[in-house]
Design a protein around this ligand. Sequence first.
Ligand code: AMP
Length: 182
Amino acid sequence: MSAYKDKDPRIHGIKTKIRVVPNFPKPGIMFQDITTLLLDPQAFRDTIDLFVERYKGKNISVVAGIEARGFIFGPPIALAIGAKFVPLRKPKKLPGEVISEEYVLEYGRDCLQMHVGAVEPGDRALVVDDLIATGGTLCAAMNLLERVGAQVVECACVIELPDLKGRERLHGKPLYVLVESH
Ligand code: AMP
């Protein structure tokens, strides 16, 4: 599912504000830089509004944001839909008891951790990140949530790199994106 295909008039403005930086952080990567989107209050607001319009009234109890850029988009969505926000962090950042999931990135290996007790059995979860590439990060995030008994309702990203087929790694879980980049 993609707002891009629905041709919402706000999507064009959002897409034009995302800066594409070739060969960052290493050769061959086309880095999608959302910091330029954040500089435009209208485009940033439109981004949050599109997600809020989709998830309001869907009985979502937790928004799980992936470090670091999921921490930019997740909290305003959580506040607007009346859900709690739970950060999924890189190792050794969370002070309490954690559960961990390792995963493979487009550029390297990594691990996500979540505080035990932050998400409870029966919670209805939305997973938020800025971008899906190979899908490994979202997959690890969903595993963390499902291991503690939450139901992942959907994953939401601003940008999808469809050529990397990350969607196929989500085991059929719905993914909603605003912008596709090839
Ligand atoms: P993946 O696990 O391969 O889907 O990678 C997604 C994660 O890596 C997200 O947290 C993104 O912020 C980051 N990422 C991967 N590729 C890119 C890219 N081309 N531009 C910006 N961020 C990226």
